[in-house]
Design a binder for this molecule. Structure first.
Ligand SMILES: Nc1nc2c(ncn2[C@@H]2O[C@H](COP(=O)(O)OP(=O)(O)OP(=O)(O)O)[C@@H](O)[C@H]2O)c(=O)[nH]1
Ligand SMILES: [Mg+2]
Length: 248
């Protein structure tokens, strides 16, 4: 799927275990990936300083496709937009559909279209920050980065965010944190979405929270619905408390 982070589809003759995929003779692939990630991390650190110069904090949203990232942002902007100056970097493989949804709420949105890559990287976010800066000369309080829908590769790429939030929706199942541990172990908040659907799915909020804390002990969690607004207050409070990271 992606030629940057090493997640190429295996050739038919490849064995299916990581052990078997390890090169017999050397570490060439690993070295290339390490250099790529080191360059990304360097740009990400610069992004973070850039965000702070704008007076803002940045939040990176990660989930599988359709878990409810854009819906969460729509309702969050509606609730918090009058209090905080919000900007969005909207990541998608193709189309500006999500960016258009959020522009309808009157906030500046820079669409970051990856053209195939399954995650955002720090250089792309850097370009987006300049576009947001041009659109908002007065600065911003809060910058959301909606990552490409994917629970695997985005977890490896630091973008310069002050906080990373992993979303999991009720229809996806409550067994996912241990199966996709990096997304959960590198996040500062776990948001369980679409809780209005709990009556229709065999999904335990307690079990999924315990599973997430198995890979990231003490990880705070909130459970909410962007449709009904249930559970939104703790999420909004968590966002408000982030602000001192970037502002006096
Ligand atoms: N029932 C219910 N549906 C929701 C909720 N939040 C989002 N949805 C629906 O789930 C679908 C996907 O929502 P999006 O917000 O577009 O999801 P996303 O994570 O931004 O998707 P990608 O950007 O494509 O990865 C849409 O049909 C939403 O209406 C929710 O709280 N409850
Ligand atoms: Mg979206």
């Amino acid at each position: 799927m992606c030629d940057q982070c090493g997640c190429r589809p295996p050739a038919a003759e490849d064995a299916v275990t990581a052990e078997a995929e390890r090169p017999a003779t050397g570490t060439v692939t690993v070295d290339v990936n390490e250099r790529l990630l080191a360059a990304n991390d360097e740009q990400a650190a610069a992004n973070r300083r850039h965000v702070e110069r704008l007076g803002a904090v940045a939040v990176n949203l990660i989930s599988s496709p359709g878990a409810g990232k854009t819906s969460l942002l729509e309702r969050t902007i509606a609730e918090l937009g009058g209090e905080l100056k919000i900007g969005v970097l909207e990541g998608d493989i193709e189309t500006e559909r999500d960016a258009e949804r959020l522009r309808a709420y009157g906030v500046p949105v820079a669409a970051l279209t990856t053209g195939g890559a399954c995650h955002l990287d720090a250089p792309l976010v850097h370009r987006g920050l300049h576009r947001l800066e041009t659109a908002t000369p007065g600065g911003l309080d809060l910058i959301f980065i909606e990552n490409v829908g994917n629970l695997v590769c985005p977890a490896t790429f630091f973008l310069g965010e002050h906080a990373r939030v992993v979303l999991l929706s009720v229809p996806e199942g409550d067994d996912k944190p241990a199966k996709y541990p990096r997304a959960f172990s590198t996040s500062q908040l776990f948001v369980i979405t679409k809780t209005d659907l709990l009556p229709y799915f065999d999904f335990s909020v307690d079990a999924v929270t315990a599973d997430a804390r198995g890979v990231n002990p003490g990880l705070p969690a909130v459970a909410l619905s962007a449709v009904t607004g249930a559970g939104f207050a703790p999420w909004i409070d968590w966002l408000r408390k982030l602000r001192p990271c970037g502002r006096a």
